[in-house]
Write a protein that binds this ligand. Structure first.
Ligand SMILES: *Cc1c(COP(=O)(O)O)cnc(C)c1O
Length: 365
């Protein structure tokens, strides 16, 4: 068997370690997973009720156009329904966008480090990835702009950036978007936007309205707590959305995901409480990192990238033995781990485990 050349040396995605696997392998009873930026507070009770209600219809294909959900999101954002496309997570929207636009010979520009799925999908299509190093953990937009050529099709801006958690602010993004040629798509991945409290965060909807080449990527997996249902969306000009829709599988999102997303949007109280508790958890973690003399990037999502002054694999293993699953092994950040902000109890357990690891390794006195 001979697969397409582009995938010959492509790795299979390595997700954060599952809790059950760690329990089994290390014989631990209590394991906390702070590796995948999942919502530690679950999801809305109204979403659960909506899922149960859809059980009745499990044998019926879902609405291909997610009509009800599209109406709810359109109203939420103040846009039209034909400006939205839904996917099995925003991961699938990334996949569809790449599938619709990139072919061998095309170029696509992204930061390094950033969310790996831009690169992953572009590689599969045989496109050339131009990776521009982050500057102080943040997208270097002028450097990215300088790399645009006649071949460039898509530029990715992950805001807040995963894994660093940093943001690009409105003015910087404004200056950037105005200089990007109108035939180049600017994909603004805002998977963590609900958590952002910085007043200078971009008004991306305004950019989307003004520029036909801007697409926003959002998800119900993080702040809304629906990661396992796989539901996210892209928002952009109707012409752009129609093109992405052309490569969409007919039934790519489920009834339960659509119903749960509608209910989640309506449950503002649950969302707000998650955002508040996340901010409290973030303040606690930062205070503890300060106490231990650890540097970290300004975190705007529900995770923090912290320099533990140890090879990150060693820190990861040490934490794992103490029942905490973190995320490690970024090429350009050999001593950093990325940790999801959990519940207060999880955060305290993580800090205790980290302190123990760093004391054992003589990083802390
Ligand atoms: C989690 C995440 C996504 C996608 O999550 P889905 O579950 O596929 O919606 C997209 N972009 C970034 C930066 C993420 O961290």
């Amino acid at each position: 068997m001979q697969p397409k050349q582009s995938i010959v040396s492509l790795p299979v995605y390595q997700p954060g370690k599952p809790i059950e696997e760690v329990k089994r392998e290390l014989g631990l009873n209590d394991v906390i997973k702070l590796a995948s930026n999942e919502n530690p507070f679950g999801c809305s009770e109204q979403a659960k009720a909506a899922i149960l209600k859809e059980f009745e219809n499990i044998s019926i294909y879902p609405d291909s156009f997610s009509t009800e959900l599209a109406a709810a999101v359109a109203e939420h954002l103040g846009i039209e329904r034909n400006q939205l496309i839904f996917g099995a997570g925003s991961d699938e929207v990334i996949l569809m966008l790449v599938r619709a636009f990139l072919t061998p010979g095309d170029e696509t520009i992204m930061a390094n480090e950033t969310f790996p799925q831009y690169r992953h999908n572009a590689v599969i299509e045989g496109a050339t990835c131009i990776e521009v190093p982050l500057k102080d953990g943040t997208h270097d937009l002028p450097a990215m702009l300088a790399r645009i050529t006649d071949r460039t099709k898509i530029v990715w801006v992950c805001n807040p950036n995963n894994p660093t958690g940093t943001i690009i602010r409105h003015e910087e993004l404004d200056a950037f978007i105005r200089q990007v040629p109108s035939n180049v798509i600017v994909a603004l991945d805002e998977a963590y936007i609900e958590y952002v409290t910085d007043g200078a965060f971009p008004d991306s909807l305004a950019f989307m309205r003004e520029f036909k080449n801007v697409i926003l990527l959002r998800t119900f997996s993080k702040a809304y707590g629906l990661a396992s249902l796989r539901i996210g969306y892209g928002a952009g000009h109707a012409d752009l959305i129609r093109m992405v829709n052309q490569v969409r599988e007919p039934f790519n999102t489920t009834r339960m995901a659509q119903a749960a997303a509608v209910a989640s949007l309506a449950d503002v109280e649950f969302l707000n409480s998650c955002v508040t508790r996340n901010a409290e958890g973030k303040a606690y973690m930062c205070k503890e990192f300060d106490r231990m003399g650890l540097q970290y990037y300004e975190a705007h999502g529900n995770f923090i990238m912290v320099d533990v002054k140890l090879p990150s694999g060693q820190a990861f293993d040490g934490l794992l033995r103490r029942g905490v699953i973190a995320r490690a092994n970024w090429k350009h950040y050999p001593t950093y781990i990325r940790i999801t902000i959990g519940s207060q109890e999880q955060n305290e357990a993580f800090i205790a485990a980290l302190e123990s690891v760093l004391t054992e390794a003589a990083v802390l006195g």
